[in-house]
Design a protein around this ligand. Sequence first.
Ligand SMILES: Nc1nc2c(ncn2[C@@H]2O[C@H](COP(=O)(O)OP(=O)(O)OP(=O)(O)O)[C@@H](O)[C@H]2O)c(=O)[nH]1
Ligand SMILES: [Mg+2]
Length: 236
Amino acid sequence: MLLSVVVPCCDEEAAAGRFAEELLPALDALAVPTEVIAVDDGSYDDTAAVLRNLAGERRNFRAVALSEHRGLGAAMRTGFAEASGDWIATLDADLTFHPSQLRALLDCQKATGADMVCGSPFLAPAGAAQVRWWRRLPSRWVNGLYRRLCGPRLTAYTAIFRLYRTEALRALRLESQGFEINAEIAARFLAAGKTVAEVPAVLTARRQGASKLSPLRELWRHGRLALRLRREALPR
Ligand SMILES: Nc1nc2c(ncn2[C@@H]2O[C@H](COP(=O)(O)OP(=O)(O)OP(=O)(O)O)[C@@H](O)[C@H]2O)c(=O)[nH]1
Ligand SMILES: [Mg+2]
């Protein structure tokens, strides 16, 4: 087994500075072979240089640089195409889902045989107590919308912290440009009849750098995706 960890990075110079001390040791502790694929998306800060340096020092760390800013959806799809592992995990660059929690995703996959395992801050005893209420509330609302649309099987349609069977992920036709890509992937796994599972995962607050989430833009994109998924599900 090889686990490819795809980490999209946009203006994450400070967060990427923690990869050597925090991300890579946490991956080593999983005791499975891993590779990191960090996708820089035309960052304006020194993210590309930090990632390039790390790639020069560590055998299992790859830095992929997009020539211009193309958005989270495009960055993640690039990471999926570049991955060599038979399993792919996706992770925030700010490590707000701590990578040590990948152990729980791997264990759950082993126990259930699932094609996709989601880490959910909505499942007890995990949570997102550190995250401000004005960020938690819209997230709950949007996830509630996807639950009504795609089914109650999952609680975390929008969270990035996941484990995927590469073959199943690559079979999907994904179109999302922004943060809604995580919801699109979950919806398409379910629509394709793939097995999905969920484990509690703790979400902490960002410690460095600025958030890239623009709530209004992402609400608009989620609305557009929800309409598209609904149209696809209607009998013709
Ligand atoms: N490559 C790329 N990565 C992005 C883009 N937008 C966000 N990201 C990355 O996606 C992840 C999630 O973005 P965040 O800004 O952490 O959004 P969030 O987790 O919803 O909110 P906070 O943690 O509160 O900032 C981070 O690793 C970002 O660097 C983008 O346009 N391109
Ligand atoms: Mg984040």
